[in-house]
Design a protein around this ligand. Structure first.
Ligand code: F6P
Length: 321
């Protein structure tokens, strides 16, 4: 294999640049040319390609976002769009792909592999940490730290005003961010999609907390089944006795300079993705399982649900009392 294409797709995540850098430098180290595909699948369809040198990825390991840009492509969902993308890859002589993104990115690349015989390796780049086949995804650690730091600040104002705050965090339909943020910020309650939120029981908790705690923080995962922070707050409203506010942290969680952990994870995974392509592997995702690089069939990464750590859930419940 002599020409490798690399792209980022779907929601950006801190550490994607560190991963691109590792792909480029390991590709060049192994005598390959590395082509950057800009704007994800949109750029693949349009032939928006750029040659990447070792120097073109200098000074990016510390930068959030993605220098290759990203997009959520409707065109690529169609067989015609994918055929155009495959033709562009062939024209540019790209023989293998490194796809950095989440489950939408992987579903797209599996179609490309099956319909057009392209070789591709997935790298998990999403703040949600919701992919089966890896303990951690690129961007997750930074996002948790960003949210935790924001909540530390919210706690100051909550304590000053004797208020209850409902803080909504991202995660799509998974509660990984919420649970880790809840534990690390000492939240009084964490509402996640993996466990049913009993509104009545929560109201009771809060009434009891009110007797001993003048302020409180509830972390609400955006995919939680009661409909998010505003909706949950509305349901609890008058009975808990707290004056309350709602704060949706939103896209701040996707930005910022990646943590050391994310930079190292991204570098290891980028390197491993190129190694895998050169070994002749395809249709798998690079993961980190118990600190070691592991490969999982791409299909399993979204068709199997990654389990939340029950011990962490128990920890959050016990320490919030
Ligand atoms: O998958 C990452 C993520 O940030 C999710 O947590 C969130 O639900 C979604 O992307 C938001 O997507 P967009 O930026 O397209 O609104």
């Amino acid at each position: 294999m002599k020409r490798i294409g690399v792209y980022t797709s779907g929601g950006d995540a801190p550490g994607m640049n560190a991963c691109v850098r590792a792909v480029v430098r390991n590709g060049l180290y192994n005598g390959c040319e590395v082509i950057g595909i800009q704007h994800g699948y949109e750029g693949m369809i349009e032939g928006n390609f750029v040659d990447l040198s070792a120097r073109s990825v200098s000074n990016i390991i510390q930068r959030g976002g993605t220098i290759l840009r990203t997009a959520r492509s409707e065109q690529f969902r169609t067989p015609e769009g994918r055929a155009r993308a495959a033709a562009q890859l062939e024209k540019a002589g790209i023989e293998g792909l490194v796809a950095i993104g989440g489950d939408g990115t992987f579903q797209g690349v599996v179609r490309l592999i099956e319909e057009h015989g392209v070789a591709a390796i997935g790298v998990p780049g999403t703040i949600d940490n919701d992919l089966f086949g890896t303990d951690f995804t690129i961007g997750y650690d930074t996002a948790v730290n960003t949210a935790m730091e924001a909540i530390d600040k919210i706690r100051d104002t909550a304590a000053s005003h004797d208020r209850l705050f409902y803080v909504e965090v991202m995660g799509r339909d998974a509660g990984f961010i919420a649970l880790d943020v809840g534990i690390s910020s000492g939240a009084e309650y964490v509402a996640i999609p993996e466990t049913r939120t009993n509104v009545e029981a929560l109201r009771e908790y809060l009434e009891n907390y009110k007797k001993v705690k003048s302020s409180a923080i509830i972390i609400v995962a955006e995919g939680e089944e009661e409909g998010g922070a505003f909706s949950l707050a509305e349901k609890i409203k008058d009975t808990a006795g707290y004056d309350y506010r709602v704060c949706v942290l939103g896209h701040i969680q996707r930005g910022g300079s990646p943590s050391a952990r994310d930079r190292i994870l991204a570098s290891r995974m980028g390197l491993a993705a190129v190694d895998a392509l050169l070994e002749g592997q395809t249709n798998v995702m690079v993961g980190d399982i118990h600190g070691k690089i592991a490969y999982t069939p791409l299909l399993e990464t979204w068709s199997q649900r990654k389990a939340l750590d029950k011990d962490l859930w128990r920890l959050a419940r016990i320490l919030s009392t």
